[in-house]
Design a protein around this ligand. Sequence first.
Ligand code: ADE
Length: 241
Amino acid sequence: MNFHILTLFPEMVMQGLNTSIIGRASRAGLLAINAINIRDYSENKHHNVDDYPYGGGAGMLMQAQPVYDAWKSVVETMEKTPRCVYVTPQGSTFTQKMAKELALEQDLILLCGHYEGIDERVLEEIVTDYVSIGDYVLTGGELPAMVITDAVSRMVPGVLGNQESGRAESFEGNLLEYPQYSRPEDWRGKKVPEVLLSGHHKNIEIWRRRQAVLRTRERRPDLLEKAKLSSQEQEWLKGMK
Ligand code: ADE
């Protein structure tokens, strides 16, 4: 899968995404992450990309022309125009479901804003999806673009090793993940739950499922409403209120 990130801070994006699992997947050729510097497309002799908003008000806006030309430089090499995600607090909230859906694309363009935003006219022209990473405001779109690239990338086949990808993880079936333990069996007097040492796979599976249900109830009751629970699982929740 190919990511094309339109940004004023390409080094920030590339540094973050060249590390760890995503970096490894890029070097293995499973992903291509390319940051395009919007400033390179400025037609202004000082390489400015921002200007005052019409109608007045605080701050500066990114101008339409350099954003459009940066986008054009990406799409003109392609047969089909890819989806273009503008990261903005005004978008739909990003979810694991969206990450899985976006991972089906061959190419994805992410547009990072700065200053007080981007001239509306270029957004109307190029953006297909408005996505927020949560109800708070950041200084720019780079961190959200990195968050989305990371979450989408790990859904691309082969990016996670077999071990990592086969495991039940949080948000599967609208449940959070069960707690996990490694050596030693006793750490500062805190013991690993007996059942995990038993080697009894069926019981371990039931214990984990129960922990996932209880933990979701405790920490994310909003998620639990969407989870499909068996009658046994609903029993576990009784007496917990
Ligand atoms: N840009 C600034 N804040 C943002 C947020 N919460 N999500 C996406 N893009 C943003």
